[in-house]
Design a protein around this ligand. Sequence first.
Ligand SMILES: CC/C=C\C/C=C\C/C=C\C/C=C\C/C=C\C/C=C\CCC(=O)SCCNC(=O)CCNC(=O)[C@H](O)C(C)(C)COP(=O)(O)OP(=O)(O)OC[C@H]1O[C@@H](n2cnc3c(N)ncnc32)[C@H](O)[C@@H]1OP(=O)(O)O
Ligand SMILES: Cc1cc2nc3c(=O)[nH]c(=O)nc-3n(C[C@H](O)[C@H](O)[C@H](O)COP(=O)(O)OP(=O)(O)OC[C@H]3O[C@@H](n4cnc5c(N)ncnc54)[C@H](O)[C@@H]3O)c2cc1C
Length: 661
Amino acid sequence: MNQSIKPGDNPDLTEERLSGTFDTNSMAAVIYGSDKLAQRRREISEAVSRIPELQDSKPCPFMTREEKILEGSRKSAILNRLLPGLIDLDSFEETVFIHQEVIGIEGHPLALHESLFIPPIATQGTDEQQKKWLGRAQRREIIGCYAQTELGHGSNLRALETTATFDISSQEFILNSPTITSLKWWPGALGKSANWSIVIANLIVHDKNHGPHPFMVQLRDEKSHEPLPGITVGDIGPKMAFNGADNGFLGFENYRIPRENMLMRHSKVTPDGGYIRPPHAKIGYSGMVRVRSRMAAEQGLFLAHALTIAVRYSAIRRQGYLEDRSREVKVLDYQTQQHRLFPSIARAYAFIFCGFETIRLYDQLLIDVQNGNTSGMADLHALTSGLKSVVTHQTGEGIEQARMACGGHGYSMASYISEIYGVAIGGCTYEGENMVMLLQLARYLVKSIEMIQNGKSKNLGPMVAYLAANESEIDLNLGPNEYLKVFQYAARSQAWRATEKFQKLRNSGMSKEQAWNQASVELTRASRLHTRLYIMSTFINHVGSVVDQKIKKVLIDLLNVHITYEVMDIGIYVQGLLSSDQMDLIRNQLYVSLETIRPNAVSLVDSFQISDMQLRSVLGRRDGNVYENLFKWAKSCPLNDKDVLESVTKYLKPMMDKSKL
Ligand SMILES: CC/C=C\C/C=C\C/C=C\C/C=C\C/C=C\C/C=C\CCC(=O)SCCNC(=O)CCNC(=O)[C@H](O)C(C)(C)COP(=O)(O)OP(=O)(O)OC[C@H]1O[C@@H](n2cnc3c(N)ncnc32)[C@H](O)[C@@H]1OP(=O)(O)O
Ligand SMILES: Cc1cc2nc3c(=O)[nH]c(=O)nc-3n(C[C@H](O)[C@H](O)[C@H](O)COP(=O)(O)OP(=O)(O)OC[C@H]3O[C@@H](n4cnc5c(N)ncnc54)[C@H](O)[C@@H]3O)c2cc1C
């Protein structure tokens, strides 16, 4: 049963919901990992909807940037007061969820406090440092951000220029931004809101540069909020989206902090200027791995937002005819519309399933690292580097298709899809530019193939074991596991092709760096295929583990959309494996699977259970009453406050008057 049906809804949408074959609350439990977690989301949405001061003061598209920041701060402050009665304060998921519900996706002053400021203190701070700052941060007595990227460098962390020089005599670090390009640039909440920051700076002791390390740095006076002497700070200006956040710039001039402000759980500077190395050279990068490990689920949900809007709207939008000339059809009945939307629904489910898996893997790694075992770091770094890149890219594509699927109204901010798109595609850049991260995964793939070449296949981890197989024929009776083999073939042959290209260039006498650069397009292709294979295999395993038979049936239908679409999409890589007859068969299976999923399309997006408040879309309203509300929305546009604007009285009217003879 679809739990979204209510009296007064658009009958076309009710019809869709009645045709669903499964219970949407049960599907939500599978999406979010348990009935309890799904139920908590519903309870929080319900509780928030009853609190008048948490409602939007006006639609976000009608707000200026200053109003967005003000509104985000107003709601953050109210939430901080109300949170203990609304959520489990120890749950990061609930904290993120309630902020997104109440404030939305356009960013706010605390958006990075929970995800980038608190975690480094908790994982890289010593027990004393945690005692000093963690409680204050959690109670929000201080607001923090994460300042790593600089005007001149974001990707290449080795080239960061900010310095933290240890002064033994005063037992302080002296922070400096020696050049214009060394200004910190981009950190969210830095511009106007944060008064503390984790700052990544090159640690210099006795004239030796030990590379980037994290420091706790106070930026603003805790009473006046004025920048402290030696600090230059401000907002970097409007962005493509995410304008409720104040991304900022930051410079230091001989700014001193106590020795105890370097986060010293792993690397240490002793009072006499001794340097103690961390147990793994890249342990300081683990905050980034944490965020990347959460991005697949986060992005899957961005895609889910856009699809909820586009699928619901496509079910109430009637345009053109099929057989019956007496009534126009729902645009959702067109095969092209289904082909545009349904594979993305499948991807959204796949990304969320994968995303919860990588969050679990990260949590396990954290425990291992705290116990001194860093052996899993390289694997998770490679996995999350590829996953964040593929998922953000495909999410962006899917959201843009969802916008176009809504025709003209998709282009209006009333659909809200452009904001979702703008925020989501930021993910292609932040936490590691996608190409750069694909190349990180490629290093891992090349190393794996080199192990095979050196006769050490048995040392390969489970995620790359397929690289050593030798599949060259596929059974025509294609089930999920055969599709997986097709994908393995594609990923494997591309990984070998790219590696061999790199090796050939090396053998021709080229330097490692040049050879890598000349092979890099092929290498990024290998990384994408490897990651898409991982997503597919996680999806298959997840569906296999579902117990509720009605849910399992529809997930198998969705999986069929996914695997057929994905294999068609990589046709060029499987030409040596599949005949044109086999490709035709797969193409037809895709069309059949689109038809099979059609009656459940609305129920599948309803199962994401994204409330109207969170969706902030006139087109995507749960009740489907779009047209009257679009008219209401347009009338409430501030431009319509007056019939005759100054633009007319001051310029257009005099121009027209002058033109009259
Ligand atoms: C309360 C409110 C809560 C929630 C808010 C609610 C609603 C919000 C709604 C929506 C949110 C939406 C959007 C969010 C908005 C904003 C964005 C958020 C965050 C963005 C933050 C940032 O962007 S922070 C900056 C991130 N920067 C980067 O990612 C930089 C990328 N570069 C790098 O990571 C590195 O430079 C590098 C990895 C590319 C290269 O590093 P390096 O040169 O040092 O290494 P090498 O390439 O030489 O590699 C050497 C070997 O090291 C291995 N390696 C590298 N990294 C790691 C690692 N992390 N772990 C393990 N191993 C690693 C590498 O593989 C090499 O190994 P070899 O064996 O091959 O030698
Ligand atoms: C919305 C948003 C929020 C952000 N929030 C934060 C934050 O809170 N804190 C923070 O510190 N930073 C933040 N950032 C910054 C972000 O992390 C960086 O912008 C990102 O890591 C990319 O670095 P870059 O800007 O230097 O890109 P560049 O590296 O300059 O990328 C430009 C081009 O060069 C290519 N390129 C670069 N290096 C290589 C290479 N080795 N091989 C091949 N191609 C390469 C890239 O692929 C890209 O096409 C944020 C950015 C955005 C957009």
